[in-house]
Design a protein around this ligand. Sequence first.
Ligand code: FE
Length: 407
Amino acid sequence: MARIIGGIGTSHVPTIGVAYDKGKQDLPDWSPLFKGYEPAQQWLREKKPDVLVFFYNDHLNAFFYDLYPTFAVGVADSYDVADEGAGRRPLPMLPGHPGLAAHIAESLVNEEFDPAVFQDRPLDHGVFSPLPLLWPHKEGWPGAVIPIEVNVVQYPLPTAMRCYKLGKALRRAIESYPEDLSVVVVGTGGLSHQIHGERTGYNDTDWDMRFIELIEKDPMELARMKHVDYIRLGGAESVEVIMWLAMRGALSDEVTKVHQNYYLATTTAMTVLVFEDQGEAKPAAPHAGNPQLEGVKDIEGTYAFDIPTGRERLRLNRFFWNMKEAGFREAFAADERGACERAGLTAEETRLVLERDWLGLVRYGANFFVLEKFARLVGRTNLEVYADMRGETFEEFLATRQVPGAR
Ligand code: FE
């Protein structure tokens, strides 16, 4: 069974990343910050968690206002580092944990949280500002990360209470995962800061200290606060500390704070707290897979499209999805095999495409709603594709319909 052993609250200021990459760790202005992470790094070295679940927000790097999810669980095998305007930081690719991530997404949905899921999108300083300070990575990262993105950039944001309850649901998800894994939950952001408007540069150390006390001892008081309270007390962008509540919700009531560092240098109060979880793990009945789909494999001729399929067959589904673009359609029509090669399709995938093996494609993991685009391109109607999947001629299929003439 997977188990939460502790939690970390940490700032995710981008300048930490810049200072880190420039090797400023020992300069007097920076060392109080970097030294402050060393006990956290030491604690992780001793505890050796397999997975860090990171509540973070994306700062309009991987997501934009055309689609900004309130909650989104990363289900990828690995994550790249976002280029935030100054080039990609020299950090290794970050391994994900697709099995636990898919389980978390399925479990949250079954608890009536409905996160988006994502893959193939980079992570920004919401994760990569603090991560190198927590985990050494010269030989590669020592474990996996599951990123859970939280919208703190476009109102309406999820409430602080919703984030706290999300943490509690995350704990139940983790404790129902059958594999023996040790997990640390990380909440990122803040503390007090404001970086826009005339109030730019606002801080309040008294409030920061109160927040640090409450997150440990009375998180419900924080969970009851409105966004406007956070803005008033800590500055507009400090509202992102609601992500610490998601972390705290994932821990039991009894925690021991084993480390704290607070350093306010310029505009953001940079903080790291480490909590050890003292509560009993209450393992839910372990289950693998989505309970809503138990038994679906016994329903003949039916292939439920799920997160593992979406992840494992991303390349092929994207190949068909790209057929929305006229240029892609023209390139395919001109040289089918070449288009498959350029898309990196395997020999098996290429065969399925070239042979128009509709049923084979569905069984392999192509979603019908991208296959439709392929069908249009090669001059087949949906009805013709349906007939083909049923192993019937078009006329035979139509004869099974209520109104065979409605073609
Ligand atoms: Fe932020």
